[in-house]
Design a binder for this molecule. Structure first.
Ligand SMILES: Cc1cc2nc3c(=O)[nH]c(=O)nc-3n(C[C@H](O)[C@H](O)[C@H](O)COP(=O)(O)O)c2cc1C
Length: 221
């Protein structure tokens, strides 16, 4: 059965982006937009689509949760041996997308990906709820095939016995954070008549003083 959505359209009228009045650093604007998304009670504002592409040249995409905005970029946590982890090992570049329908906004980030320090991953892992920690051990290797749900549940129960509620669950070596260093970031604000605002910040690699400078440009919608 096919479905036709060609008559479905919305007019976007909630905001605007002006190249003259945006901050020099995209991190400032990212913070403003993130805070506005939280205030607007966007459902899961931290959920972002992460696109990777391994040596097979086939892109793949999935949602992960933004866990930190650093001075260089953004951090998420996952299983290093998952399909995305293998993609990143083969090609350490990624693109990330946030879409906040409530604000008629999308943010698109691209950059290089690297594992964060193991002690930082462990500090975060140890902060997670006990059952999520156990779940990380169950899902190894994440993205690997499992015969059925019972196999997962038996593994979960065995690990719960091994690590009861108040005991410490060790941080798996195969689990941790990745940081995407932002090379380019696009802020997209929906506007009426498909005349959307798109402003892209690109890292200016020519700056000599070591400081990160950014250039901006407006793109046709
Ligand atoms: C709202 C939401 C949040 C998620 N957050 C994460 C996350 O932070 N880390 C993660 O590894 N997977 C997360 N997932 C699961 C991934 O989308 C994906 O199924 C899993 O990581 C395996 O992806 P892969 O096989 O491409 O490696 C999340 C899924 C949803 C729907």
């Amino acid at each position: 059965m096919s479905m036709d959505f060609t008559d479905q359209r919305l007019s976007y009228e909630k905001g605007q982006l002006d190249q003259e009045s945006i901050p020099a650093s995209p991190f400032e604007l990212l913070n403003v937009w993130m805070n506005e998304a939280i205030e607007a009670q966007v459902q899961e504002p931290y959920a972002m689509s992460l696109a990777t592409c391994g040596a097979d040249n086939k892109p793949s995409v999935r949602i992960v949760l933004l866990r930190e905005i650093t001075e260089k970029g953004i951090v998420f946590y996952t299983n290093y041996e998952s399909a995305k982890g293998q993609d990143i090992a083969e090609n350490p570049n990624a693109e990330v997308l946030f879409f906040w329908h409530e604000l008629e906004r999308q943010i698109r980030i691209s950059g290089g990906v690297a594992k964060i320090a193991a002690d930082k991953s462990s500090a975060y892992f140890q902060k997670r709820p006990h059952d999520s920690q156990v779940g990380a051990w169950v899902s190894q290797p994440q993205s690997g095939m499992v015969a059925n749900r019972e196999v997962m549940e038996a593994k979960f129960d065995a690990l719960q016995n091994q690590y009861p509620e108040n005991s410490q669950v060790p941080t798996p070596e195969f689990w941790g954070g990745y940081e995407i260093t932002i090379n380019e970031i696009e802020f997209w604000q929906g506007r009426a008549n498909r005349m959307h605002d798109r402003i892209v910040y690109t890292q200016d690699k020519s700056s000599s003083n070591g400081a990160v400078n950014w250039t901006t440009k407006r793109l046709l919608p």
